[in-house]
Structure formats: structure tokens, C-alpha cells
Ligand binder design. Structure first.
Ligand code: AMP
Ligand code: MG
Length: 960
């Protein structure tokens, strides 16, 4: 087990024992040895101890790995008496049966068989053949090789040594032991005894060491007897109770996807915390009658909470497991893992957390006899052997220095060869010394990058400073980020301010029309409309609408198929100072009526064909643009003065609402302008031809319409409804479409089925849902001349919040980032207390800046809930929109999308609150209760599935 030298974190000194006795009463405290552990006779086959059994079992599953090897490589400078060292090693081997044990299987279980003591084969390897400068690195390489070489548990012995000779007065001793025979404490014993024995043998004296009273075999036999019946029950029931209702594993956000088969490869990073901090932490511990271990563990558990958002945090922590004095000098596998669980709910002060952790530690300590392996059998039988059970993060505290090898006449030093394995996702080792605290994090390289671990060490340090400074702060208020890191996240990565026209959409369009009067603004099939024509038409319509009572911010419904007339309609509404409310002709009549009523439209624009669709939208006046155009034509072609400014409403687009009714998002002129000016995610200008493909009731249409029309570019209206790839390809080629937006699902289908349809497209924006890496890869291959851009954004942020141009080389990332905020847009990744979370840590994406909608139309409560005061912005009254999306920062400031925090889903581009459908179903006669979920069918197609409980009936039914 990868634990520090003397894992004394929970070891009791006299004061703690007294405290423990006070807290728990005498029964809970492990008694000092009363009846001695009896020696077992040599004849009896002794089963392996619980811990050995589990390790043996793991070795059977994946034999031949060196991952359970414990090793030390010690450089010894000076005149070495090799023979004395060899004899000393032999004597250590003789003294400790555990080291010369082999395991034999009987009935599927391992038994210990002790081999006769023999000569310790110390292999000597001469490195003098190498250049002097190279010898040390050769020694490191060999030491690492040696340390990784597997043992055969069926053969033994379970210790071996190699002596590397750099020159006659410079050696490296590499000792390797299998964990089944020893633990880190045992390593200390081996080194200590070696020192004593070597000193004696060198002088020709006999061993000065007393003979061990018991052996590991005796302990194993005693443990099985001792932990039987009532005692076992009592320990088990404590742990079962203590761990009941625990949440699933922590799932620390990793840098890489967890492989199906872990490699167990690990690396380490270290940091040092100074004496001043240590002193303050000691004082805090004293004040709370807790050990320093408890205080630093409490801070570590808070760190994990801040990293994961979990209130229920369990870490594993090693205890020496030598609960009886006769075991203290013995080599063997005694170390035990305790699951230390803390409940961090209620936003307690750190002081309170220390109290909770202290209770948890004391309780665990009092029930430490139950081997972890036995507990796992009980709680998580048949679990995945490739994941560590109960916890994947370990915390170990060491308050005595790691023992080195002291051989008379020699100067020892560590070789500096690294440990390269880990059995856990992450291990934090804190060592207390005269210089302060040393923190080492060992991590699985399957999951984490060095940079993430370095940051974690910094955060831990900052957090410890923060609790030492003010332990009465609520844990949500404790700072974890350094000032510099916070500035980078909050300020530097939000430098997006760019110049934008300071006029309304109508005015900016008219300017483009004056600059490009004869350019084609809109085309649809054979129809073509120039900028000059469109400007005049929309001016006339605006004047007409003004006469019909449309004023600043009047909502005007528009229920039309894509056509140049529809575009004139939208522009006319805007120029009149109104806000358009798209009423999708495909929606059922009731929904159209509901949207019209909710938005309070005074006028609905439509055409003769669709007129009866909007009959139910009364009391709004219904205006058929085609039928009435001759009358509209009589209006003047000059611009009307609408008075609309940047902050006025441009449109209201409805999105699904969780409580049963959709909600209208109020987008502003400013929000639209910042989408298409100062952009670096795509090019806008008179040369660009956009395809208008999305229904206007989706805000993708904002980009498709205003993107070209405010820049003198072309807007090609897709003539049909649901396009065939063939049709789409034809339109793209014929009209010279350069820029196109597709939902992720449509994009996937396109690259799978008909990439040629998109050939010639220069800028392909994809989004609305997370992108699929394989499809993006395919797209990069099949559309080599196309810039593919991941476009992310909720309607509340006006189409795009973040964009990411996908590079030629995707690297090994498990997902496609959503990139950085676009112009005049700010983003923050926040925890529940709206505090920034560090790079790499998941948090809620909150959006600020010019793209923000004003809110939800006539829903002040919902608006206040989702648009919260902006704690970071400069302008007073600024707000942030809480997207409900979980994201995290990558190292370079790009964002990665991780998922939703709520019940909102995306289905073929549709944003759906499952609650809305559930509410609708529950409103049906005969339905008592309904639950809706998204399921993937066998082909991977996502669909909505509803489960309903009938009124009066007991059974539930499901329907697609
Ligand atoms: P809507 O308001 O319809 O644009 O939906 C916005 C939601 O769609 C976001 O809050 C995300 O959950 C999801 N979404 C939009 N674009 C992306 C994207 N590029 N990657 C992942 N999710 C996205
Ligand atoms: Mg969107």
C-alpha cells in the first residue's frame, strides 16, 4: 500500500488517548495488549490475513505487475562492507517470517507457508563501466526497473536486494518488498534493523537485537479468531452505520477519460508550506482539541468538496494497524485503510468542520480493527476490481520523519528515483517536520495532468492559509484561488470588449443598404431582392405598422414561411420600433394562441395561406402581408423614426419552461449587434452568403438573418421545410453559400450521409448540443476547406456566448471545447455560492455582457432567479445569466462543456424542459403522475419517453 513511512496520522499519543477515552468511553479504545497473541505451531497451515488475502486475490486477477512493490533506493557513500551488509540482510530475513513466506492455494483461498531461512542473495551490479557522470542516472534507471519487477507470491521470498556499485566507495542499495509481506512501517523496521546488524557484523559482534516474540503468521491466526462473532459484528455494524446512505464515488473531474483497464501509473508533485502557517494550524488544532491531522484533513475534505460540489466527502486514510504493542517491531502487512466520511452540509464554518472531522476520526480510530478488505466484502461485494472501492482519494499524515538507512561509516542519501505507481486516483500525503508541512500529491497519470495537480497543491495551500486566518468563516467563503489566479479567470480571460455600432438594428441595416444598394440582400428560389428594395419595403411596412398602433417595444407576432416578404416583415417590425415574436407555422394552433396571448402581441403578421393558423391569436389584429401589400405600398419609403435604442427589445423567442408554460426571452438590439460585429469566430461582410435554414422561432435565425443583412452580405432563404441533402447541396452550390449553421444532430447526419452537400461552405457553425468528437474528426477529413466552429449559447445570451474554431489537430481531448466568450461577452465558471472555481474544476457557466437578454417577458420572478446581480462587472445594476450548464476551464482559458445541472434536454436541436411535458401530461384527464426522460434506442437515436401513473389504477404505462 502506498503509504508514507510511519503512517501515524491516527496513531494515539497519551493526550489523545485520554481525549478519546473521554469522548468514547473505555470500550471504544483499543486496549493495550492484555492476553498475548499466542504463537501458532509450525505444523498448522495458517490462512493469510484478511489484507493479504485481498492482495493475493488481486494478484491472481492481474499477475505479473509490480504495482504492489514497496521499495527504497538508498545511496551509500563511503567504504561499504558488502559481506556485513549481506549477512545483515540475511538476518533480517531470518528474523521476520513474513519476508520468507509463500502462499499456497487451498479451496480457492491462500495459506501462508514459511520458508526456511537461508542466505540473502544480494546481487551486485557494477556500473563502473559507464562514464562517471552517467553512473547515477544508470543507477536510477536500474533501480526503477528493479522496483517494477514482479514477485511470484507462490514462490517467495518476498524481499530482494540489489547493490549497484558506482565506484568502490559509492553504492546504491535497492530493496524491494511485496506489500503482501510488509508495509511502509515495516520498511522503517527493516532499515533500522539493517543499521544495527551491519554495525555489529562489521565489528565481528553478534546480533544485538532481541528475538521477536511473535510472527506475522501468529497475528494472522489471532486476527481471524479475534475478529469473530460479536466483535466482528460490533465493528461491522459501526462501519455499516457510518457509511450508510453514502453518495456514489467522488468523481473528481479528471483531465482524461478513465480507461477501462487502469495502468496504475502514477506521478508525484510536491509543495512546502512554511512554519508560520504550521504554527497557526497547530493553534487551531489545540483550540479544538484536535490533532493537526484532523485540521489538515478537514481542509483537504473541504478542498474536495469545493472541487466536486459534493457535501458528502469520503477519503481513505491509512492507520498503522499495530494496535498491540507486540506488533510494533514486526515486519508484515498491518496497515489498514479507514474510510473517513464527513458531512459538509449547511455551509458550516471551518471550525465546525474540524469538529465533524474529529468525531469521524475518533470513531474510525476506535473501530480500526476491522480490516478494510472485510468491510469492502460486506458493503460492496462484486464491485469493479479496477476501481478502488468506497473512495478513490487517499489522505495520509505523517508526523515522524521517514526513516533512512544509517550504516556505520557511510553517508546515506535518497537516490531520487521516483515512485511511478498509484492504486488510487489521488493520494495526498502531508508530512509535518521542523521546517513546516510538506505536501505530496501522488496521482494517477491515467486521469490527471501534472498542471492540474500543481494547481490543486496551490489551492490546498491557499485554503489552509484561509482557514488559519479565519476559521470561523463559512466554508463557501474560504478562498482557494490566489489573487493572481482569480484575476486571470475573472478579468484577463474576459477581455472581449470591441467596438460595435451604437445604433439600432434598423439604422444599421439601412446604412448597409445605402452602402450596397444593388447587392442582393435576400434570395429565395428564383426570387431576388436587393438591399435598396428591401430597405424601401421595410420602411413602408414600418410606417404602416406605426399607423396601426405599433410603437416602441410593441410586440408583433409573425407567422410566415421563409420568404423575402417574411424578411421584410421582420425588418418592418424592427424599424417601427417593435419587437418580433416568431410564431412558428408548424406549431399547433393552441400553442400559437398561447404564445400570442403571453407575449401580448397587438398585431400578427402572416400571409393568406397561413391566415387560419393564427385565427386563435385574437385579440391581436391579423395582417396578411401579401393580401395587403398594395395598401402598404402606398406608405412613404423613407425611414420612420422609431426611437429604438440599443437596450430596446428586438425580439421575443420562446423556450420551454420547467413548470408547464414556455417563457419568452427578451433579446435586445445590443445583444444582436454584438453577435455580428467585432466577431473573431467567423467573418462577416458583403462577401459572405449565409443560408437561412433555422426556423425563425430559434435564435440561430438571429445569426442567419442579421449576420448578412447588417453587413451587406447575402441571405439565402432555404425554400423548403425539412431539406433533403440533395436539395441542400444544390442550394449551397447554386447560391454560393459561404456560411451555414447546423445543429449538432444535423451536422452529424451531414458528415455521415452527405458531406458533399456542404462542399464550398467556408464557415460551418455547429452547436445547440455538445459536438461529437468522431463526427468532428470526420468533418475535418471530408470538408478540408471548411472552417468548423463550435457555437455555444443559450437564447438568453443571444445565440452565441462562446465559440471555438476547431483546429486541424484535435489532440487527444475527449470532447470539443466550446471556446471563449465572443465580443463584449463575459463568462464566469461559478460554484453554488457564485464564487469562481479554478481551472479544471466544474462549475456553472454564468454569462455577462452585451448579449444578455433583458429577462423573461412578464416573468419577474423567473427573471430574478436566472438573471442575478453581477458581482464581477463594472457597471452598476449589471447582471449575470445562470445558464444551468456545467463547464470547466481548460488550461488555456477555453471552456469545456460537461452537461446540464437540471432537467433541461436537447433533442434534435429542441430545447426541452422535461417538467413542461410532465406538467402537460399530468394535466390530461386520467393521469395521476407523469415522468419524462430521454432514452436512446438501439441505434443511438434519442427519444422522449413518458411514464404515466393512471388515476385510480395502480399500474404505470410507458409511451414514446
Ligand atoms: P438554446 O437556448 O436553444 O440555444 O439552448 C441552449 C442550451 O443548449 C445551452 O444552455 C446548452 O445546454 C446547449 N448548447 C447549446 N450549444 C451548445 C454547444 N455548442 N455545446 C454543448 N451544448 C450546447
Ligand atoms: Mg443557442
Amino acid at each position: 500500500m502506498s503509504t508514507p513511512a510511519r503512517p501515524r496520522g491516527l496513531g494515539l499519543d497519551a493526550r489523545k488517548r485520554a481525549l478519546l477515552e473521554r469522548v468514547l468511553g473505555r470500550e471504544g479504545v483499543p486496549p493495550p495488549a492484555v492476553s498475548p497473541i499466542p504463537r501458532s505451531s509450525d505444523a498448522t497451515a495458517v490462512p493469510a490475513s484478511f489484507a493479504q488475502e485481498r492482495l493475493w486475490f488481486l494478484e491472481q486477477l492481474a499477475p505479473g505487475s509490480g504495482r504492489y512493490n514497496l521499495w527504497r533506493a538508498i545511496r551509500l557513500q563511503g567504504p561499504l562492507h558488502v559481506e556485513a551488509l549481506e549477512r545483515a540482510l540475511g538476518e533480517v530475513l531470518r528474523r521476520h517470517e513474513a519476508l520468507r513466506t509463500r502462499f499456497v492455494e487451498s479451496g480457492g483461498r491462500p495459506f501462508q507457508e514459511v520458508l526456511e531461512p537461508g542466505h540473502f542473495p544480494l546481487a551486485v551490479v557494477a556500473l563502473e563501466g559507464f562514464e562517471a557522470a552517467e553512473r547515477l542516472s544508470q543507477a536510477r534507471r536500474l533501480a526503477q526497473q528493479e522496483a517494477a519487477r514482479p514477485f511470484d507470491l507462490g514462490r517467495g521470498p518476498l524481499i530482494r536486494g540489489v547493490l549497484l556499485r558506482l565506484d568502490p566507495e559509492d553504492h546504491v542499495l535497492v530493496l524491494t518488498v511485496h506489500h503482501v509481506a510488509a508495509d511502509a512501517w515495516s520498511m522503517g523496521i527493516v532499515l533500522g534493523e539493517l543499521g544495527a546488524l551491519y554495525g555489529a557484523f562489521r565489528e565481528g559482534l553478534p546480533s544485538p537485537l532481541p528475538e521477536p516474540g511473535v510472527q506475522y503468521r501468529d497475528f494472522a491466526a489471532w486476527q481471524r479468531r479475534h475478529l469473530d462473532g460479536e466483535r466482528l459484528e460490533q465493528q461491522l455494524s459501526y462501519w455499516k452505520d457510518r457509511l450508510a446512505g453514502r453518495s456514489a464515488v467522488l468523481e473528481l473531474a479528471a483531465d482524461r477519460a478513465r480507461p477501462a483497464m487502469p495502468s496504475f501509473r502514477g506521478e508525484e508533485q510536491e509543495s512546502r508550506l512554511g512554519l508560520r502557517l504550521l504554527e497557526r494550524l497547530r493553534r487551531l488544532a489545540q483550540a479544538e482539541e484536535a490533532t493537526l491531522f484532523v485540521v489538515v484533513l478537514a481542509a483537504f475534505q473541504v478542498l474536495l468538496h469545493r472541487y466536486t460540489g459534493r457535501l458528502d466527502v469520503i477519503v481513505g486514510s491509512p492507520v498503522a494497524g499495530r494496535t498491540r504493542s507486540e506488533l510494533e517491531g514486526l515486519v508484515g502487512f498491518f496497515v489498514n485503510m479507514l474510510a473517513l466520511r464527513v458531512d459538509l452540509s449547511g455551509d458550516p464554518s471551518f471550525r465546525e468542520v474540524v469538529r465533524r472531522v474529529r468525531e469521524s476520526v475518533l470513531g474510525a480510530q476506535a473501530h480500526q480493527e476491522l480490516p478494510f478488505e472485510r468491510l469492502v466484502e460486506e458493503l460492496e461485494p462484486g464491485r469493479d476490481p479496477n476501481r478502488s472501492p468506497l473512495f478513490e482519494v487517499v489522505f495520509a499524515f505523517q508526523n515522524t520523519p521517514r526513516r533512512s538507512l544509517a550504516l556505520a561509516g557511510l553517508v546515506p542519501s535518497a537516490l531520487g528515483a521516483r515512485v511511478e505507481t498509484t492504486r488510487f486516483d489521488l493520494e495526498c500525503h502531508v508530512a509535518e517536520s521542523a521546517a513546516g508541512l510538506g505536501v505530496t500529491i501522488r496521482y494517477s497519470t491515467d486521469l490527471f495532468e501534472a498542471a492540474s495537480v500543481e494547481r490543486m497543491l496551490e489551492h490546498y495551500g491557499t485554503l489552509l492559509e484561509s482557514v488559519a486566518g479565519d476559521p470561523d468563516q463559512a466554508i463557501s467563503r474560504l478562498s482557494m484561488l490566489s489573487g493572481e489566479e482569480r484575476r486571470r479567470l475573472v478579468r484577463d480571460w474576459n477581455q472581449t470588449s470591441t467596438d460595435c455600432p451604437q445604433r439600432s438594428l434598423g439604422e444599421v441595416f439601412s446604412e448597409a443598404a445605402r452602402a450596397h444598394p444593388r447587392a442582393i440582400a435576400v434570395s429565395c428560389g428564383a426570387e431576388r431582392v436587393t438591399y435598396a428594395e428591401l430597405d424601401a419595403r421595410s420602411n413602408r411596412l414600418a410606417a404602416y405598422l406605426r399607423r396601426r398602433g405599433v410603437a416602441l417595444e410593441s410586440r408583433v407576432g409573425i407567422c410566415m414561411e421563409r420568404s423575402p416578404l417574411m424578411v421584410a416583415g421582420l425588418l418592418g417590425i424592427i424599424k417601427a420600433g417593435g419587437a418580433y415574436v416568431p410564431l412558428d407555422p408548424d406549431y399547433p394552433a393552441e400553442r400559437l394562441a398561447l404564445l400570442a396571448a403571453d407575449s401580448g402581441v397587438s398585431v400578427v403578421l402572416t400571409d393568406a395561406l397561413l391566415r387560419d393558423r393564427v385565427e386563435g391569436c385574437g385579440p391581436a389584429a391579423i395582417l396578411c402581408l401579401d393580401a395587403e401589400w398594395s395598401e402598404i405600398e402606398r406608405e412613404p419609403a423613407d425611414a420612420v423614426t422609431s426611437g429604438a435604442g440599443l437596450g430596446n427589445l428586438a425580439y421575443v423567442i420562446y423556450t420551454s419552461g420547467s413548470t408547464g408554460v414556455p417563457k419568452g426571452v427578451e433579446a435586445t438590439h445590443r445583444g444582436v449587434l454584438r453577435l455580428v460585429f467585432g466577431a473573431d469566430y467567423a467573418e462577416f461582410g458583403p462577401d459572405q452568403v449565409f443560408l437561412q435554414l433555422a426556423p425563425v422561432s430559434f435564435d440561430a435565425s438571429t445569426l442567419e438573418l442579421w449576420g448578412p443583412l447588417l453587413h451587406g452580405g447575402g441571405c439565402v432563404l432555404f425554400p423548403g421545410r425539412i431539406p433533403s441533402w440533395h436539395e441542400l447541396g444544390e442550394v449551397v452550390a447554386r447560391e454560393g453559400v459561404t456560411t451555414l449553421w447546423l445543429t449538432s444532430s444535423l451536422y452529424n447526419a451531414a458528415v455521415d450521409e452527405a458531406p458533399e452537400a456542404l462542399r464550398g461552405v467556408r464557415q460551418l457553425l455547429v452547436g445547440g448540443e455538445a459536438l461529437s468528437v468522431p463526427h468532428v474528426r470526420k468533418g475535418r477529413e471530408r470538408l478540408p476547406g471548411t472552417r468548423i466552429i463550435n457555437g455555444y449559447g443559450p437564447t438568453e445570451g443571444t445565440t452565441f456566448t462562446c465559440c471555438y474554431t476547431i483546429p486541424g489537430d484535435l489532440g487527444g481531448r475527449p470532447s470539443i471545447p466550446i471556446g471563449r466568450p465572443i465580443s463584449n461577452t463575459r463568462v464566469y465558471v461559478l460554484d453554488a455560492a457564485l464564487e469562481p472555481v479554478p481551472v479544471g474544476v466544474p462549475g456553472e457557466l454564468c454569462v455577462g455582457g452585451d448579449g444578455l437578454a433583458r429577462g423573461y417577458l412578464r416573468r419577474p420572478d423567473l427573471t430574478a432567479e436566472k438573471f442575478v446581480p453581477d458581482p464581477f462587472g463594472a457597471e452598476p445594476g449589471g447582471r449575470l445569466y445562470r445558464t444551468g450548464d456545467t463547464v470547466r476551464y481548460l488550461d488555456d482559458g477555453r471552456l469545456e462543456y460537461l452537461g446540464r445541472r437540471d432537467e433541461q434536454v436537447k433533442l434534435r436541436g429542441y430545447r426541452i424542459e422535461l417538467g413542461e411535458i410532465e406538467a402537460a401530461l399530468s394535466g390530461l384527464g386520467g393521469v395521476k403522475q407523469a415522468v419524462v426522460a430521454v432514452k436512446e434506442d438501439a441505434t443511438g437515436e434519442k427519444r422522449l419517453v413518458a411514464y404515466v401513473v393512471r388515476q385510480g389504477a395502480g399500474g404505470a404505462g410507458a409511451g414514446g
